[in-house]
Design a protein around this ligand. Structure first.
Ligand SMILES: Nc1ncnc2c1ncn2[C@@H]1O[C@H](COP(=O)(O)OP(=O)(O)O)[C@@H](O)[C@H]1O
Ligand SMILES: [Mg+2]
Length: 474
């Protein structure tokens, strides 16, 4: 674009009257501007298009295409539309000035010319034109800058988006990889724990089983033999009512009367003790059920009872804590097809957690408080739609905070001190219930009131025997 102030301004004079042209050109040259001429409309347009001037002084009345026509065509052409046009009319001519201005002219001057007026008006419009051009240039530059900025912003936005997407994908991949590692670890720990602990428990139970059965089985006949011997002694005493002094001394020494009474009591308590050992051994075998590592259809209540028996020492009262009451509300539920030893492990984990929670809670409670509101674990079972059973295990421990509840089933999540908790109990339980049995395990809790774990199991196994999720290759 030309800068009309940087170079000499070029003024195009259009008039069919050579005298007028002469006068005007003299005035304009005096001002130091360059003049161009045209004597008719057509050649004026041609010149203006070919080399646009900085201003046009245009006569209205001309033969051929008149000033208004020229103005209209110049304003319609993109190359010439911004050139300021000043119309020239004779005072005597009756020209519609408004029409001229509407066509886009900037001003009028009248003939005969007042030289100063012409120069002043031309000067003014050159300045306005100059400012307009400058403004336009700046506008164009500004628009260009805005466009470039917008493009840069769009590119930045896109790059950002791409980066975010990549971060998201990578995070998802890493999260999944981490979860896979944790799952694999849990499975490893679980299988290792199950096999080594289970084998040991089953082995010990098996070894104790036989001798305990000898003792238990022989106690009854032993008692009968003793009773017969006691009857014989009493018979002797009747037949020989006055024993020798030596015999009497012996009778006194061994306190025969006391011995007779105590021996029977002693035998009874031996019997109770042996019976208890038998039951514990049975529970241990029931619990580990290594002999039944496969799928079995079993009574779930038996599994819970065995687990409770193993946990008995943690439930009963001791010198520094009251007993934890177990409230069983067993429903009339059908047998369940399952992996019994694994389900027992789930009951064990949940019940042990409940006892842990209660114990910890009670350390902060007063004896009176515990007496008013004693520690309890309720085990409720029910059938659901005839094809599922639900087991609810509720403790009245401290309850679980919402933000902890979200993480309960995460592998290695524990709130217990090092050495006490592994954080694996619930995560293993979840795998067993969900992956192995096609069931669900959920936790509900009200702070300061209770916590309930609910296991929902189908009565028929729907998951294939090797249905455990295989760890994905990383
Ligand atoms: N009945 C419960 N009451 C309160 N908190 C519980 C209960 N059961 C589980 N929790 C919380 O869940 C965590 C995870 O349990 P778990 O997976 O068995 O691991 P661990 O017992 O080794 O800590 C526990 O550390 C404890 O904070
Ligand atoms: Mg636990």
């Amino acid at each position: 674009m030309r800068d009309p102030m940087a170079e000499l301004p070029r003024i195009l004079l259009v008039d069919d009257n050579p005298t007028n042209l002469q006068i005007l050109s003299e005035a304009i040259q005096q001002a130091g501007w360059t003049t161009l001429f045209a004597t008719d409309g057509e050649s004026a347009i041609e010149q203006a298009v070919y080399s646009p001037p900085d201003l046009i002084l245009l006569d209205v009345m001309m033969p051929g295409i008149n000033g208004f026509g020229v103005c209209q065509r110049l304003k319609a052409n993109i190359h010439t539309q911004s050139i300021p046009i000043i119309f020239m009319t004779a005072l005597s001519e009756t020209v519609d000035k408004v029409q001229g201005l509407q066509l886009g002219a900037v001003d009028y001057i009248t003939k005969p010319f007042q030289q100063d007026e012409v120069l002043a008006r031309v000067n003014l419009h050159l300045k306005i034109y100059h400012l307009q051009q400058k403004l336009e240039t700046q506008n164009t530059l500004l628009n260009q800058e805005i466009r470039e900025k917008n493009i840069a912003e769009a590119q930045l936005h896109q790059l950002n988006q791409e980066l975010e997407n990549r971060v998201e994908v990578r995070t998802a991949e890493l999260t999944e990889a981490l979860q896979t590692i944790q799952r694999t670890q849990v499975q490893l720990v679980q299988s290792e724990k199950m096999s080594s602990l289970g084998q040991m428990v089953a082995g010990v139970a098996h070894e104790i089983n036989n001798p305990v059965n000898f003792i238990y089985g022989n106690l009854r006949p032993a008692k009968e033999y003793f009773q017969e011997l006691l009857a014989l002694i009493s018979h002797y005493q009747q037949e020989y009512s006055s024993p020798s002094q030596a015999l009497q001394n012996h009778i006194n020494e061994i306190e025969l009367d006391f011995l007779q009474k105590d021996l029977l009591k002693l035998l009874d308590s031996l019997y109770i003790g042996a019976d208890r050992i038998r039951q514990i051994v049975l529970s241990l075998r029931n619990f580990s059920r290594l002999d039944e590592a496969d799928i079995k259809t079993v009574d779930i209540h038996e599994g819970i009872d065995s687990t409770l028996l193993i946990l008995h020492h943690r439930l009963k009262a001791s010198h520094n804590r009251p007993a934890i009451e177990i409230k069983k509300q067993y429903g009339d539920i059908p047998m369940v097809e399952c992996y019994p030893s694994q389900l027992n492990q789930v009951f064990m984990n949940i019940l042990a957690n409940a006892i842990d929670a209660i114990e910890e809670y009670n350390q902060q409670r007063t004896i009176e408080d515990i007496q008013i509101n004693p520690s309890k674990i309720r085990i409720l079972t029910e059938v659901c739609n005839n094809d599922r059973v639900m087991i609810h295990i509720t403790d009245n421990g401290p309850g679980i905070l919402e933000k902890i509840r979200e993480k309960l089933f995460n592998p290695f999540f524990t709130t217990k001190p090092v050495g006490k908790g592994t954080g694996l109990g619930l995560s293993i339980s979840q795998q067993i219930v969900v992956k192995k049995h096609g069931g669900t395990i959920t936790c509900d809790s009200t702070l300061g009131q209770d916590t309930t774990f609910t296991i929902d199991l189908p009565t028929r196994l729907l998951v294939p025997p090797d249905g455990m999720i295989q760890p994905k290759r990383l």
